[in-house]
Ligand binder design. Structure first.
Ligand SMILES: Cc1cc2nc3c(=O)[nH]c(=O)nc-3n(C[C@H](O)[C@H](O)[C@H](O)COP(=O)(O)O)c2cc1C
Length: 399
């Protein structure tokens, strides 16, 4: 058995990397290509009784200089009718009869909306249903409006539970004050697992010539789903929070770009992960770097499976009163690595304790001023700064 093989809800995934519901799973041909490339599974683009039209444009990539930080989308559910999805699933199953395939489904405030979608799709051979109660762009009773309303969420999960014996995964929204309480409602209504999370509600930006929101549809725009790297700390926090509170398994999702991000989600309590934006930006072939990197990490750490990572960080995620505030650290500069660029000096001068100056073209720390905040460690492009115990002998090579 490969160390990446992952059991989730009694479904065996060849690896824990799953395509999240979105453009990369919007038709059979894409999913087939992805399985060929090595993806462990796929969640189909959300299917509902009525297809939803696609706004054009619907994506706005948020950049800082040339670097992509995140992406704002105003896409709703699939624009394909449900009978077309029945054919698409048949096509996937003709090529991949057993590969893990999850149907993302959505409805509104009536049992029929949900149950009819399940009734149509289940005979075509999906392994589980993922309930989308978390799409941020909907104005009515669907999407995250449903996932933010305790009563509506409870009813929707119980209707889906009633309609199928297949596993029911609820994809939660991070746009709530207390995600644990919504996870608990879903669990008590019959959910088997969670996907954590869908995207954050955001406003992509404003065109300063026309004052149109971005993406701009003839001068108008709406708030939408913010995903990609900037989402990771939020969804990771939500994952850890639910993993600590409830016993159900979790698919981590949000801002995963590489195997390290994925391993962090596992350590925060996920059993496998879903990825959308990174695939849209860099293509399905990122899967080879993801699997190779995670496999190497598992071997190096002496684990035997990805499952061994799950929850490893949870005991260490505590609250403020649990922290040891007597720890006293200071910055230490490795003079062999420092090139005197001054980035840490600028940061410390305005954002910290004015403890770093330039001496003989190298950064130099005034230890009495340094408060050990760690800003210089984070901004140094050369990894030339570290924090050490105040007065510790490790300081000696550095000063
Ligand atoms: C253009 C676009 C369309 C999406 N459509 C869906 C969808 O139909 N159903 C769903 O549950 N999530 C949808 N998502 C959300 C993703 O599945 C994912 O939860 C979110 O983007 C965060 O993950 P990421 O940072 O890896 O993109 C969509 C995301 C994007 C960017």
């Amino acid at each position: 058995m490969s160390s990446l093989e992952t059991k989730f809800l009694n479904i065996t995934f060849p690896n824990p990397f799953i395509l999240a519901a979105g453009p990369p799973t919007a038709k059979a041909a894409l999913v087939i290509e992805a399985f060929k490339a090595g993806w462990g599974g796929a969640v189909l683009k959300t299917i509902s009784l009525e297809p939803t039209p696609l706004p054009k444009p619907r994506l706005h990539v948020i950049k800082s200089g040339k670097d992509k930080r995140g992406m704002l989308d105003i896409e709703l559910f699939s624009n394909l009718p449900i009978n077309r999805w029945e054919d698409e699933i048949d096509m996937i199953r003709a090529s991949y009869p057993d590969h893990p395939l999850i149907a993302s489904v959505a409805g509104g405030g009536q049992p029929y909306d949900w149950q009819e979608v399940i009734r149509c799709l289940e005979p075509h051979g999906v392994n589980a249903f993922e309930m989308n109660v978390s799409c941020p762009s909907f104005a009515g009773e669907k999407g995250e409006k449903l996932g933010q309303n305790p009563e509506a969420l409870k009813k929707a999960v119980s209707w889906v539970r009633e309609a199928t014996k297949l596993p029911v995964i609820v994809k939660l929204t991070p746009n709530v004050t207390n995600i644990n309480s919504f996870a608990r409602i879903a669990m008590e209504a019959g959910a088997d697992a969670f996907t954590i999370s869908n995207s954050l509600l955001g406003l992509g930006g404003i065109d300063l010539d026309t004052f149109s929101p971005l993406p701009n549809l003839d001068g108008l725009g709406i708030c939408g789903g913010y995903g990609g790297p900037a989402l990771k700390p939020v969804s990771l926090r939500c994952t850890a929070s639910v993993a600590k509170a409830l016993p159900l398994p979790i698919l981590g999702c949000g801002g995963i770009s590489n195997w390290r991000d994925a391993a962090e989600y596992l350590a925060a309590g996920a059993s496998a992960v879903e990825i959308c934006t990174a695939v849209m930006w860099d293509g399905i072939n990122i899967i080879s770097g993801l699997t190779k990197g995670l496999e190497r990490y598992i071997n190096e750490k002496g684990f035997s499976a990805a499952a061994d990572i799950t929850g490893k960080a949870l005991p260490n995620i505590v609250t403020f009163p649990d922290l040891d505030l007597s720890i006293d650290l200071v910055a230490a500069i490795d003079k062999n690595l420092c090139n005197g660029c001054g980035i840490c000096i600028k940061a410390c001068a305005s954002g910290a304790y004015q403890a770093i100056t330039l001496v003989e073209n190298k950064a130099w720390v005034e230890l009495l001023e340094c408060d050990g905040c760690g800003l210089c460690v984070g901004v140094c492009p050369l990894n030339a700064v570290q924090l050490v115990q105040r007065g510790h002998k490790e300081l000696i090579p550095f000063i």
